[in-house]
Every structure is written in C-alpha cells, then in structure tokens.
Ligand binder design. Structure first.
Ligand SMILES: C[S@@+](CC[C@H](N)C(=O)[O-])C[C@H]1O[C@@H](n2cnc3c(N)ncnc32)[C@H](O)[C@@H]1O
Length: 219
C-alpha cells in the first residue's frame, strides 16, 4: 500500500493483533468483481485474469500486481449493467471506506451480480471508540495464498461506532443477500479478540450447485 500511515503514532492508534487469512481458490461462473481492488490486489493475485478490479484511486490500481482488468471506478455508483458478474469480493476494502458509503456499495454489488452470484467480504472487526485520542486503527495482515504469502498492514480511520460482523450481515440482508457464511463463530476466520470476518452473501433468485458448494474462505 502507499503511505497511509503518515499520521499514525502510538498515541493515536489502536494496533490490532495480526490477522492471518488463508485464501483458497473459489469456484464460480463468470467475472469476479473486486471492490477496492488496488493496493496489494490480493484477490487479483488469487484469481488473475478472471478479476475485474475497481478502485476509486488510479494510483492504487497502478500499484497492484498485473493480471486483472483494472478500472478506475467508484463502487457507490458503478457503470456495469445489471447482472454482469457471477462473483464479487471485497478484501479489506470496507475498512477503508466511510460507514455511510457501505449501504450504497452493497446495493450496487447486488445489482451487478447475477441471481445466485456471491459476494465475499473479508474485513477486520474492532470495538467502538472509547478514547477520543485514538483516531486510527492499524490492521497488520498476512494473506496466505496458494504459493505465496503477503504481509501488509492497513491503517484506517477508527469508525467511532466500531465495526463488527453484524454490521456486514445487516448490510447484506437489507439489500437482499442471503448470508451463507459467517453465521456461526466457527464459520468465519476468528482471530480473537479482534476477528477478521468473512461474510458470504448469495444473491437471491437462483440456487445453482456451484454456488452452494463454494469453498469456505478465510480460515
Ligand atoms: C485497504 S485498500 C485495498 C485493499 C485491497 N483489496 C487489497 O487486496 O490490498 C482499500 C481500497 O478501497 C478503495 N476505495 C475506497 N472507497 C472506494 C469506493 N467508493 N469505490 C472504489 N474503491 C474505493 C481505496 O482507494 C483503496 O485502494
């Protein structure tokens, strides 16, 4: 990632325990839309040319490894037609987005997914802010992919209400997704006391076998 940590210091930053996410390939039909796919471009490394990576910032896409089709685009209002994608992902992207943008992004992802398509979200969770001094959260992360390991850290503004699994589940169900992962504690990547979440959402309407058999992620 570029320098997102400039203003972070011991006094103003909550440093989370390192989150280790094991990513396995996942099956699915059609293109994979990766939301906020710049930076390390982890999903792009995993799925290569099957990925269409969008990011609001050109520099973040330029920095990400080659493989995906990269498009500068705001996820709150995407230019894709309805039902364009079989899969969508957001790998530690929502942590970087203001809470007020999340609903619009979930709505747009639902729109551009085909019925039966899946939306996988990985993110860090952290508590509500109790100390006005602490304005930032640092998320150290190791992503274990087949054949490679990526070590990074994401520095984000501390959402004073905190971020939890329920937040993403609520967003998903309110837009029409059926939550297929992350329903039970053992079903998501628990790195206590501040877990990384994996929320799998399936767009209602079609229940094809491939979607039902999607491999668990982020354990
Ligand atoms: C933590 S970073 C990238 C994480 C990335 N998925 C990876 O694998 O390393 C989150 C990204 O989300 C992008 N972003 C923030 N708001 C966005 C929006 N409304 N639409 C598209 N991208 C956005 C940021 O520019 C940033 O590059």
């Amino acid at each position: 990632m570029r320098d997102h940590h400039r203003r972070l210091s011991e006094e103003n930053t909550l440093v989370l325990d390192k989150v280790v996410v094991a990513l396995e390939d996942f099956p699915g039909v059609g293109w994979v839309l990766d939301i906020g796919g710049g930076g390390e471009g982890v999903v792009g490394i995993l799925k290569g040319s099957a990925v269409v990576a969008i990011d609001r910032l050109r520099e973040e896409l330029e920095e990400a490894p080659q493989g995906p089709l990269k498009i500068v685009m705001d996820a709150r209002k995407m230019g894709f037609l309805d039902g364009s994608f079989g899969q969508a992902t957001a790998f530690f992207s929502f942590c970087y987005m203001p809470r007020e943008d999340h609903e619009a992004i979930f709505r747009e992802v639902y729109r551009v997914l085909r019925p039966g398509g899946e939306f996988r979200v990985w993110d860090a969770t952290y508590p509500a802010r109790s100390n006005a001094e602490q304005q930032y959260v640092l998320i150290p992360l190791a992503a274990e992919l087949p054949g490679s390991r990526i070590e990074t850290s994401y520095g984000v503004r501390w959402d004073e209400r905190g971020r939890g699994l329920e937040h993403y589940q609520h967003l998903g169900t309110s837009q029409g997704f059926e939550i297929t992962r992350g329903r039970e504690p053992g079903d998501w990547a628990v790195v206590l006391p501040l877990p990384a979440t994996v929320v799998g959402g399936r767009r209602r309407g079609l229940h094809d076998g491939a979607a039902d058999e999607a491999a668990p992620l982020g354990r």
